[in-house]
Design a protein around this ligand. Structure first.
Ligand code: CA
Length: 223
């Protein structure tokens, strides 16, 4: 399950966001001051951060910067002022999305889902889609019932494609990255593996692997 950390000093807002996200199936923790938030963010594993800009102690700018020095976890920055959002964008601190208060909770959930879908959480090597979880260490894909263990190369191939939705990979790129640059394997090996993946995940509700004629392959997200 995706775990989200909300760093927000207005407890009423934090509670509202927490309740709503939990209702939507996420696990949520809250930190109500900057210092605690930053400490938790750096120490524990989260799938995503919702970070208020104005906080007592360490502010959102600083927290965002510090998180980015260590982690690629997606960050949604929230601010009461539209001007601040423009400022944050300008600073290029590495936040992935921005929202202004009062936050529309439905929109927040949509953005959370979109970011989780896009992100490959390198720290714990799990990819979490709305209905599917890919676990890099176990080589398993869980969707519906039990985890399904995939052959290594097949798993790596899928993981790569899904880590970068809509990005087109040439067969050569995939061969280099998954089989290694000096591999003796034929490029058609990729097609064979792609076909196996397609059969395996034919009815998967989250993604589909598309052939881009003359170029290669890409994963697209459904919905
Ligand atoms: Ca605040």
């Amino acid at each position: 399950m995706s775990k989200i950390l909300i760093i927000e000093d207005e407890e009423a807002i934090a509670d509202l966001e927490k309740d709503y996200l939990e209702l939507c199936g996420f696990e949520v923790e809250v930190a109500t001051d900057g210092e605690t938030g930053l400490e938790k963010a750096l120490k524990d594993e989260y799938s995503l951060f919702i970070l208020d800009l104005m906080l007592p102690g360490v502010d959102g700018f600083e927290i965002c910067k510090k998180i980015r020095e260590e982690k690629n976890t997606p960050i949604i920055m929230v601010s009461a002022k539209k001007d601040d959002i423009d400022k944050i964008r300008g600073l290029g601190l590495g936040a992935d999305d921005y929202m202004t208060k009062p936050v529309n909770l439905d929109e927040m959930v949509l953005r959370v889902r979109a970011l989780l879908r896009r992100s490959h959480i390198a720290s714990n090597k799990r990819l979490t889609l709305p209905h599917t979880i890919l676990d890099y260490d176990a080589l398993t894909v869980t969707w519906g019932d039990d985890p399904q263990m995939l052959p290594q190369k097949e798993f790596f191939l899928l993981f790569k494609l899904i880590s970068y939705p809509n990005k087109i990979f040439t067969r050569m790129q995939l061969m280099d990255e998954i089989w290694g640059r000096n591999s003796e394997s034929d490029l058609q090996t990729i097609d064979v593996h792609i076909n196996r993946l397609r059969r395996r995940f034919e009815n998967n509700p989250d993604f589909e692997i598309i052939t881009v004629r003359g170029l290669g392959y890409k994963a697209v997200m459904k919905e």
